[in-house]
Design a protein around this ligand. Structure first.
Ligand code: NAP
Length: 295
């Protein structure tokens, strides 16, 4: 069985690393803030002092940190995993980062004979804890196939997309769909309120038809209760919008709908709503309409 290194024990990484331990892997972990290491060590992992030390004790190093510079830091920085890795080791980055940065990191790693997969995830903390994540993978197909059992310990729907960076492009697609759907849900529910009809009944009626979907059911349902708590935080979604816009610019692709979504979330940023859930984009819509969903 391959030895696993795991870097980044945040909301997502904690459950994912525990699932690897549960699947019988020998797992060595590192996290910048030491306090988060303890629960994973108690579950059966071993703690390392640096990302370099993680790689020295692993054949496959998994990262799930925040953004592109953070992945660069833990993989390529002064104490980075690259300095502890040997030829033919595999690095799997499961963070949501830029496809362009991913390709550059993969190139740097290949100079040392290290293979990289980008394998961002969807499914949130619940999916991370339950091992039911959707995982979209970029990199060499052979490397993907050889490491599929490791991904299967963390996810349920695991799709090989294409070369390095293609997994991250797929995740950006996911985030375009999520954001445009969420803004549509918010606009539709404020529209119902402004027209003076019963918003809860409208929500119930349209959820079962052609307009039904995850955002309407879950985040729309939260809006009916005035619940702005995060499943997914606005600050994390703004990071992803930055990745989407960078990728679109590189491909000379206009994104009219997503650009509007970005401006609405900028309003949320200006109103200090970064720690609210993405459903709180409804506040921006309500302001424009001069009407709130809850009356
Ligand atoms: P989180 O709870 O904020 O955890 C972030 C992790 O990254 C922490 O372990 C943090 O260390 C580490 N980190 C950040 N910058 C670092 C740096 N420069 N050097 C070393 N470590 C660093 O975030 P999360 O929710 O687990 O998300 C992680 C990734 O998964 C993100 O790319 C996010 O977009 C993606 N994702 C999240 C969700 C979700 O629902 N939460 C869903 C799908 C994908 P510290 O503990 O020291 O801060």
């Amino acid at each position: 069985m391959k030895r696993i290194g795991f870097i980044g024990l945040g909301l997502m990484g904690t459950g994912m690393s525990k699932n690897l331990v549960k699947a019988g892997y020998q797992v060595t972990v590192w996290n910048r803030t030491e306090a988060k290491v303890k629960p994973v060590v108690e579950a059966g992992a071993t703690a390392a002092k640096t990302p370099k030390e993680v790689a020295e004790n692993a054949d496959v190093v998994i990262t799930i940190v925040t953004d592109s510079p953070d992945v660069e830091q833990v993989l390529l920085g002064p104490d980075g995993a690259i300095h502890g890795a040997k030829k033919d080791d595999v690095f799997i980055d499961m963070s949501t980062i830029s496809p362009i940065a991913t390709m550059k990191i993969a190139e740097k790693l290949s100079e040392k004979g290290i293979e990289m997969l980008d394998a961002p995830v969807s499914g949130g903390v619940i999916g991370a804890n339950n091992g039911t994540l959707s995982i979209m993978v970029g990199g060499k197909k052979k490397v993907f196939e050889e490491n599929l059992p490791i991904l299967e310990a963390m996810g349920k729907t695991i799709i090989y997309i294409g070369g390095n960076g293609d997994g991250q492009v797929c995740k950006a697609v996911n985030q375009i769909l999520v954001g445009t759907a969420m803004l549509g849900v918010a606009e539709a529910l404020v529209f119902a309120a402004k027209a003076g009809v019963d918003v809860a009944k409208v929500h119930q009626a349209v959820s079962g038809g052609a307009a039904g979907g995850w955002q309407l059911t879950n985040n729309g349902g939260r809006l009916l209760k005035g619940d702005m708590n995060p499943g997914f935080k606005i600050k994390d979604y703004l990071k992803d919008l930055g990745i989407i816009m960078e990728t679109a610019a590189a491909n000379k692709m206009p994104l009219p709908a997503t650009s509007l979504v970005l401006q609405m979330y900028r309003h949320c940023q200006a109103e200090n709503m970064l720690d609210n859930g993405t459903q709180a984009v409804s506040k921006a819509v309500e302001k424009l309409a001069g009407k709130t969903i809850l009356g």
